[in-house]
Ligand binder design. Structure first.
Ligand code: NAD
Ligand code: MG
Length: 389
């Protein structure tokens, strides 16, 4: 049996992961589930999967879950807070950690999984965007295995040579072609962007996701974060990562080789494919995903990204070029701005403005320790918040 911890089990990636695991209960055992505060959903997951541990970050939620579990006669042990997250990411009986917390909150438990030499299935791109080289060094130092769950990075991983060790030239790789749907506002009149609502921003044309990543997809900051994610996962220079708008979301990304070959991974837009791929790698398991019907798809379109329409994408490239803590500052300002937009305290078009002002106002430094990353995150959050209130 493969022991699994799911960090962020009540979210979109978390529930899709449990869906895949439920199809293969003879191979995978859920050891721990974690959530921020959603007691009802966590209780239902505990009833179905009977994990040894459940972590609630919120104290009151933990107490409520504990009493519900007790009344139902379930012996899942409830842990609390970031300490609880870190401990279930490092348990000896856990082989595999799905990192599916949204945002910077996932950094410490995901790093803990690396330090405990786990197989990490990485959905929580913000953790890697913030800590970059530090995260990759911890993975290497502790012989952890890092497998991308983000659909694009999983597609790149599948299209890279099996032996790929982080040297693009040696592997004959010319460029990574990172596909993007363009989100819900790819063709809306620019003058209308200012007044779009959270509901419109969260109505993604091809993917059903959590609210934060849905807004990131609408601003294309999601693609910007993914460029930074690809830089670290595949040791690629920013110029070796080309964003390609592909509205059908059928090609999940491609790798361009020096001999002129372009290898791609295609599939129905369903996160259970990359989740199953990472869970079972190097094997393949059934994931409940509809077979791709190319006759229904009929055509595949490609466009250049528009940096005027999507300034967040430009800002992400700029932060990456700047290096050091700039990516952590970008990420923190984005999290603050997106939360404010979702709470109707900020216009959609002001998200990029808040990030740009934060990036230009806070000095980035080179990173030698995790503390610098956490300090940059804290400082950027404080500054971005002051711009909004
Ligand atoms: P979601 O909002 O649906 O779920 C987030 C999960 O994290 C929940 O379980 C929630 O309880 C937990 N969480 C939230 N705040 C927390 C905190 N402060 N501390 C601890 N736990 C907390 O998000 P999602 O769409 O599942 O995305 C999760 C991650 O996966 C994100 O980093 C996202 O970028 C990435 N991702 C998601 C998709 C997708 O299709 N949803 C695709 C690619 C990558
Ligand atoms: Mg993605």
């Amino acid at each position: 049996m493969i022991g699994v911890t799911i960090l962020g089990s009540t979210g979109s990636i978390g529930t899709n992961t449990l869906d895949v695991i439920a199809r293969h209960s003879e191979s995978y055992q859920v050891i721990a589930l974690t959530a921020n505060s959603q007691v009802e959903r966590m209780f239902a997951q505990c009833s179905e999967f009977k994990p040894k541990y459940a972590v609630m970050v919120d104290d009151a939620a933990a107490a409520a879950l504990e009493s519900q579990l007790k009344s139902a006669g379930l012996d899942t042990e409830v842990l609390v807070g970031t300490d609880g997250l870190v401990s279930v990411a490092s348990l000896p009986e856990v082989d595999c950690v799905m990192a599916a917390i949204v945002g910077a909150a996932g950094l410490l438990p995901t790093l803990a999984a690396a330090r405990a030499s786990k197989r990490i299935l990485l959905a929580n791109k913000e953790a890697l965007v913030m800590s970059g080289q530090i995260f990759m060094d911890e993975v290497k130092k502790h012989n952890a295995v890092l497998l991308p769950v983000d659909s694009e990075h999983n597609a790149i991983f599948q299209s890279m040579p099996d032996s790929y060790q982080g040297n693009m030239e040696e592997s004959g790789v010319r460029q990574i072609l990172l596909t993007a749907s363009g989100g819900p506002f790819r063709t809306i009149a620019l003058s209308e962007l200012e007044s779009v609502t959270p509901e419109q921003a969260c109505a993604h044309p091809t993917w059903v996701m959590g609210r934060k990543i849905s807004v990131d997809s609408a601003t294309m900051m999601n693609k910007g974060l993914e460029v930074i994610e690809a830089r670290w996962l595949f040791n690629a220079e920013p110029s070796q990562i080309q964003v390609v708008i592909h509205p059908q979301s059928v090609i999940h990304s491609m790798v361009d080789y020096v001999d002129g070959s372009v290898l791609a991974q295609l599939g129905s837009p369903d996160m259970r494919t990359p989740i199953a791929n990472a869970l079972a790698w190097p094997k393949r398991i059934e994931a409940g995903v509809a077979k791709l019907n190319l006759f229904d798809v009929a055509r595949l379109d490609f466009e250049m990204p528009d940096f005027d329409r999507f300034p967040c994408l430009r800002l992400a490239y700029e932060a990456l070029e700047q290096g050091g803590t700039a990516s952590a500052i970008l990420n923190a300002a984005n999290e603050v701005a997106v939360a404010a937009f979702l709470n109707r305290k900020l216009k959609f078009t002001a998200i990029a403005a808040v990030i740009e002002r934060t990036l230009t106002s806070i000095q980035s430094t080179s990173i030698t320790s995790l503390d610098q990353v956490l300090e940059a995150d804290r400082e950027a959050r404080q500054f971005a918040t002051s711009l909004i209130q």
